[in-house]
Ligand binder design. Structure first.
Ligand SMILES: Nc1ncnc2c1ncn2[C@@H]1O[C@H](COP(=O)(O)OP(=O)(O)OP(=O)(O)O)[C@@H](O)[C@H]1O
Ligand SMILES: [Mg+2]
Length: 230
């Protein structure tokens, strides 16, 4: 579904990604682990098109999307939940979630919202409250629900567990399992390798802007856990 080859990203003189190649097949949940500054967000941001690349290719469903705008990539089916649970703080919870369901008709928007409320009852009980008033874990649910509200076939999750208490890590994990059951293909980054390894089928370990190791969850478990404490 996603095939990245020899990707290079630089910020001025800083090289953030160096010859990164990864693949995600349909139906897989693939994990990118690595310490702070490894290049995880740079890779995600290059895929959604907010960070320019200076080499390599990004193919999605067989099409080279490297020259497409962010908007066209989203419409092609690339969903994204940002690092740091970014929500629109003054907008209501419901409007935050539905802001992700652009382009769907009203009926499908309502369907999406109903499904998400069923999965996360908090969206219903807090629907009209400004999202900025919610706790960190609750805001992460809102950010995740926004990413899911357009039913993207492919979902990018940038550190969905960052800064969350174990009970919220559990809830977000359950949510990810639900979208896996719907057949969604996922590429997620996480420093917290332990809970993320339970969700993934395969993974890549990044360090210093490069992929250092790849393999099944069993194959990368030890190095991923060691990387967590760097
Ligand atoms: N906008 C930017 N301008 C300059 N340098 C940047 C920028 N964004 C990231 N970097 C640098 O690029 C490298 C990779 O950063 P990136 O955010 O991709 O890592 P990460 O693996 O997501 O880290 P974290 O776990 O802290 O989120 C780091 O050295 C970082 O300082
Ligand atoms: Mg990051």
């Amino acid at each position: 579904m996603l095939s990245i080859e020899s990707l290079e990203v630089r910020y001025g003189g800083i090289t953030a990604l160096r010859g990164v190649s990864i693949d995600v097949k349909e139906g897989e949940t693939v994990l990118l682990v690595g310490a702070n500054g490894a290049g995880k967000s740079s890779l995600i941001n290059a895929i959604i098109g907010v960070v320019p690349t200076c080499g390599g290719t990004i193919r999605f469903k067989g099409q080279d999307i490297g020259a497409l705008s962010c908007d066209r990539r989203a419409k092609a089916g690339v969903g994204y939940s940002p690092e740091g649970r970014r929500v629109f703080p003054r907008m209501s919870v419901a409007d935050n979630v539905l802001s992700g369901a652009f382009g769907l008709g009203r009926k499908r928007q309502q369907e999406a919202f109903d499904w998400l409320c069923e999965a996360f009852p908090i969206l219903a009980t807090r629907a009209h409250q400004p999202a900025g008033q919610l706790s960190g874990g609750e805001q992460q649910i809102v950010a995740f629900a926004r990413a899911m509200s357009s039913y993207p076939p492919f979902l990018l999750l940038d550190e969905p567990f960052l800064g969350l208490a174990p009970v919220w890590i559990q809830r977000i994990s359950d949510a990810i399992r639900q979208v896996q059951k719907r057949g969604t293909t996922i590429l997620m980054t996480e420093q917290m390798a332990r809970p993320a390894l339970k969700l993934a089928t395969r993974g890549y370990v990044m360090r210093g802007g490069e992929v250092r190791r790849s393999g099944s969850v069993a194959e990368i478990r030890d190095i991923a856990l060691a990387e967590e404490y760097l």
